[in-house]
Design a protein around this ligand. Structure first.
Ligand SMILES: NC(=O)C1=CN([C@@H]2O[C@H](COP(=O)(O)OP(=O)(O)OC[C@H]3O[C@@H](n4cnc5c(N)ncnc54)[C@H](OP(=O)(O)O)[C@@H]3O)[C@@H](O)[C@H]2O)C=CC1
Ligand SMILES: Cc1cc2nc3c(=O)[nH]c(=O)nc-3n(C[C@H](O)[C@H](O)[C@H](O)COP(=O)(O)O)c2cc1C
Ligand SMILES: C=C(C)CCOP(=O)(O)OP(=O)(O)O
Ligand SMILES: [Mg+2]
Length: 351
């Protein structure tokens, strides 16, 4: 650990930068969208359902969820992150929605901050996901580190985030991705919980999903393009003109979320599939589910509410649930399953 970039404090300050930049700068995709705006639900004027009977509960990786929602992986490792995680965990418990924490590499490097991820006590019934960069498997991490972070969180599953573009732009990013698929395969064989492969906003194609599933991952979170751009976030942290330039050039790079979901679902009818990347309201969530996702993840909207208050988080989830329920009601579908089966979603064509 000679260079300042390799000190645990550097990882920790990067975690603080990420929160600050996401909240203060315009780091959303600009020219590329999630693709969900190209779809529209077919209105049903006579639903023949009592709105009170609508059921948006679902099961994901064996656990029952009150709504098809995931608080996407975000943070940990600092005092502010601990407060954010605690608030997120409480709202997840209240509504029985799934939650991921941010990368726990910081807790491996600096065990004193492990408690910023220890949220099981606030969310005893919640489907909780641990998080680590897949690329760390090429930088001395293996089964032991994965088991340690799963243990810290008492997690139900492990997310391996895959973020090649972000690491290219990040100062001193980890860019040796050689041979990772075999390392993921070997980890999946040995580990005690399901592994979820997740991008961070640039999307997972059907071809890559096929390779990852072939290596033994249990689920895919596409984390597609159209929402928070990690090229933009890292360009705000650039230490030289080259990094800054890369961040601008690749600000809108990636596969839109809708395209990832439809292409993966077309070849894998039953794989547990998370839609995320640019989902901003319950209508987006319902569209992603109608396209074939099992649950839908949101990051930025939860971060923005979490820094305001716990009450703001409750309000956000209440709104999301009301929006999803309204879609079911106004398309005449009492359950999410029926929404997927009845073909209520149409692609808008311009001719
Ligand atoms: N992050 C960025 O690089 C920029 C962000 N912005 C933000 O966009 C919002 C609207 O901008 P305003 O100048 O009033 O009007 P415009 O929307 O007319 O934007 C002016 C110019 O900035 C580009 N632009 C706008 N938003 C973004 C963005 N999010 N990312 C990259 N480029 C962008 C536009 O590209 P196009 O013509 O292709 O739409 C256009 O070239 C403001 O909130 C502003 O802060 C503005 C400029 C740059
Ligand atoms: C502040 C912040 C920190 C994040 N940190 C992580 C992380 O550590 N691991 C990860 O897999 N994704 C991380 N993400 C990415 C999100 O999980 C998500 O994939 C991405 O932001 C796109 O979703 P969005 O458009 O809803 O923000 C982070 C997002 C935010 C906003
Ligand atoms: C923030 C996102 C989207 C993914 C993780 O970023 P980092 O590259 O900072 O994560 P670690 O190296 O600390 O695992
Ligand atoms: Mg990293």
């Amino acid at each position: 650990m000679n260079s300042p970039h390799q000190k645990p404090e550097y990882t920790q300050s990067r975690k603080a930068d990420h929160i600050r930049i996401c909240l203060e700068e315009d780091v959303q995709f600009h020219h590329v969208t999630s693709g969900l705006e190209s779809y529209k639900f077919h209105h049903c004027c006579l639903p023949e359902i009592n709105r009170d009977d609508i059921d948006i509960s679902t099961t994901f990786l064996g656990k029952r969820l009150g709504a098809p929602l995931l608080i996407s992986s975000m943070t940990g490792g600092t005092q502010q992150a601990a407060i954010i995680n605690q608030r997120l965990a409480k709202v997840a418990q209240q509504y029985k929605i799934a939650m991921g924490v941010g990368s726990q590499r910081v807790a491996v490097e600096k065990p004193q901050v492990a408690d910023t991820f220890a949220i099981r006590k606030y969310a005893p019934d919640v489907l909780l996901f641990a998080n680590l960069g897949a690329v760390q498997l090429n930088y001395h991490y293996g089964l032991d580190e994965c088991l340690r972070i799963i243990d810290i969180l008492e997690a139900d599953a492990l997310i391996l985030h895959i973020n090649p573009l972000q690491e290219c732009i990040q100062p001193n990013g980890d860019t040796n991705f050689r041979g990772l698929l075999d390392k993921i395969r070997s980890l999946c064989k040995q580990i005690t919980v399901p592994v979820i492969a997740k991008e961070v906003g640039n999307g997972i194609s059907a071809t890559m999903a096929e390779k990852l599933l072939g290596a033994g991952v249990a689920a895919i979170d596409v984390a597609g393009a159209g929402g928070t751009s990690w090229a933009k976030v890292e360009s705000e942290r650039a230490e030289n003109a080259l990094q800054k330039r890369l961040g601008k050039t690749f600000a809108d790079w990636g596969l839109p979320t809708a395209e990832c979901i439809t292409s993966i679902r077309a070849i894998y009818p039953n794989v547990p599939l998370v839609a995320s990347g640019g989902l901003r309201d319950g209508l987006d969530v319902a569209k992603a589910i109608a396209l074939g996702a099992d649950i839908a993840g949101l990051a930025m909207p939860f971060l923005q509410a979490a820094v305001v208050s716990e009450a703001a988080l409750y309000d956000l989830v209440k709104v999301l649930i009301a929006e999803i329920s309204t879609v079911l009601f106004c398309t005449g579908n009492p359950t999410l399953n029926e929404l997927q089966k009845t073909g209520s979603l149409r692609k808008i064509t311009n001719n």
